[in-house]
Ligand binder design. Structure first.
Ligand code: NI
Length: 226
C-alpha cells in the first residue's frame, strides 16, 4: 500500500534545505547503482559521506521520530540515513526493485521493508518526474507537494519518469519495520487510524476504545520482531 505522509517538512524548512542543496556538489547517480540498476539510472546524487547529506539526513530522521502518521504506518525499527537525488534535463530512473538488504554506517544490516521518498520540489516547478509504483491494482503515479513523503513497499517495481522541465530534488531512504509482513503492517495501520478517528467525542476511558487499543497492542506484540 502507498501511504502519503503530508507536511513532514514545512515550506520554510524545504526552502532552507533547497538553498543549501542547490549549491551542493552533485555526482552521477550511476556511481552508486548496482549492476542491473546502473543501466536504467540517469540522475544525480549527493555523496553519502558529504557533511551536508549527513546533516540534512539526520534532521529528517529526527523529524520522522516526532511524526505520528509515519510511526503508525512504518513501525520502524531501523531507518537508513536519507540520501538525496536530483533529476533534470530528461533525467529518469527506469523500472527497478530496491536491494533487499542494505548496510548502515555502523555495519549493521537493514532489511528494506519500506521505501520512502520525501519530495523537496514544488510540483509546479517541474514536469515529469512522477514516481510510478507497480502494485496489485496496477501502476500508481505519485507526485507530492514539497515537504510531503510517500511510503511504499520496497518489494514493488518502481521507476521515476523523465523530468522534462525544471529539476526534481528529493530525499529517499529505506526502513526496516518491526512488522515485516506488509499486509499485517497495513492492518495495524488501519486499526490505529480507526482508533484515532474515534475522536474526542468518546471519553478517554470508553470501554470499547480501551478494548480496541488493547487489540492493537496485542496484535503488535504478536507480530513485532525486535
Ligand atoms: Ni528505487
Amino acid at each position: 500500500m502507498l501511504i502519503p505522509v503530508e507536511g513532514v517538512l514545512s515550506g520554510d524548512e524545504v526552502r532552507r534545505f533547497r538553498a543549501r542543496l542547490d549549491r551542493a556538489a552533485w555526482q552521477d547517480g550511476a556511481r552508486t547503482a548496482g549492476t542491473l540498476a546502473r543501466a536504467v539510472k540517469c540522475n544525480q546524487q549527493l555523496a553519502d559521506e558529504a557533511p551536508l547529506a549527513r546533516e540534512l539526513g539526520d534532521a529528517i530522521v529526527r523529524r520522522l521520530g516526532s511524526t505520528p502518521l509515519f510511526i503508525s504506518a512504518a513501525l520502524p525499527s531501523k531507518i537508513h540515513p536519507p540520501k538525496f537525488n536530483r533529476y533534470q534535463g530528461g533525467g529518469h530512473y527506469g523500472a527497478h526493485v530496491d536491494s533487499a538488504v542494505m548496510h548502515l554506517p555502523d555495519g549493521r544490516a537493514l532489511r528494506s521493508d519500506l521505501s520512502a521518498t520525501l519530495f523537496l520540489t514544488d510540483p509546479a516547478d517541474y514536469d515529469g518526474g512522477e514516481l510510478e509504483v507497480e502494485g496489485a491494482f496496477g501502476i500508481q503515479a505519485v507526485k507530492l507537494a514539497a515537504g510531503d513523503l510517500v511510503l511504499y513497499p520496497s518489494s514493488s517495481l518502481h521507476r521515476v519518469t523523465p523530468v522534462t522541465r525544471g529539476a526534481r530534488v528529493a530525499a529517499f531512504f529505506w526502513i526496516e519495520s518491526l512488522v515485516r509482513c506488509d499486509s499485517a503492517r497495513t492492518a495495524l495501520f488501519d486499526l490505529d487510524q480507526a482508533i484515532q478517528g474515534l475522536g474526542d467525542g468518546l471519553p478517554a476511558d470508553d470501554p470499547n476504545r480501551l478494548r480496541l487499543t488493547a487489540v492493537y497492542h496485542n496484535l503488535l506484540r504478536l507480530w513485532a520482531a525486535t
